[in-house]
Design a protein around this ligand. Structure first.
Ligand code: FNR
Length: 182
């Protein structure tokens, strides 16, 4: 049967480089694999009082993740960490206690920034969170991408010079999910 991998993008910006990257990655899915973007922008701020009585947006988000075999996080770095919107989404998926949708799901991390260290610190913080959430996370290759003009083609693919590199990474993510899916 088809392997489903959720893509969670850590930016809400309309022209987000990371969302462009996510969409380019989706086009590189090998046969038998489907990437689906699971949006986080409509989630309310996590409030423990709502545990067990979640609003529809939270239920839909949790349902969308429950059925997938793995998760690819594509995130910018904000102030040397993960954007708050992404942390909020991770928190929303993790509760009520004992009902985390993340538990045991294989994960991978990638990020893009115009800055030279290309989200390295955000990714390290994210890995810390994913370890606690019991998500086996692809260790290598690490993918710190620096955005530059021409990285994407006009039709939203990865330009020639980075294509093979990104394609390889996608295949390694897929292999990781196949190895670790329940
Ligand atoms: C940034 N940016 C940034 N970049 C970086 O490499 N390290 C950082 O710590 C930060 N911090 C940061 C904080 C805030 C609040 C903003 C708005 C931005 C710049 C960031 O990489 C840039 O805005 C990217 O374009 C964000 O990714 P998207 O939205 O294009 O996917």
């Amino acid at each position: 049967s088809q392997t489903q991998i959720a893509i969670v993008v850590g930016s809400l910006r309309k022209d987000s480089f990371n969302r462009q990257l996510a969409h380019a990655i989706m086009k590189l899915a090998p046969a038998g694999v489907h990437f689906k973007e699971v949006a986080i922008g409509d989630l309310p701020l996590y409030n423990q009082d709502a545990d067990g009585n979640e609003v529809a947006q939270v239920k839909q988000f949790r349902d969308a993740l429950r059925s997938v075999d793995g998760v690819l996080f594509v995130t910018p770095e904000y102030n040397r960490s993960v954007p708050g919107v992404l942390k909020n989404a991770l928190d929303q998926g993790s509760r009520p206690y004992g009902h985390s949708v993340w538990d045991g799901k294989p994960a991978a991390v990638v990020g893009m920034s115009p800055g030279a260290i290309g989200t390295a610190l955000a990714q390290q913080h994210l890995r810390n969170i994913l370890a606690y959430l019991n998500m086996p996370t692809l260790g290598q290759p690490e993918m710190f991408l620096q955005y530059q003009d021409g990285f994407f083609t006009a039709d939203g693919a990865v330009a020639e010079r980075s294509h093979v590199f990104i394609q390889k990474f996608v295949q390694q993510v897929v292999d990781w999910v196949h190895q670790h899916k329940k």
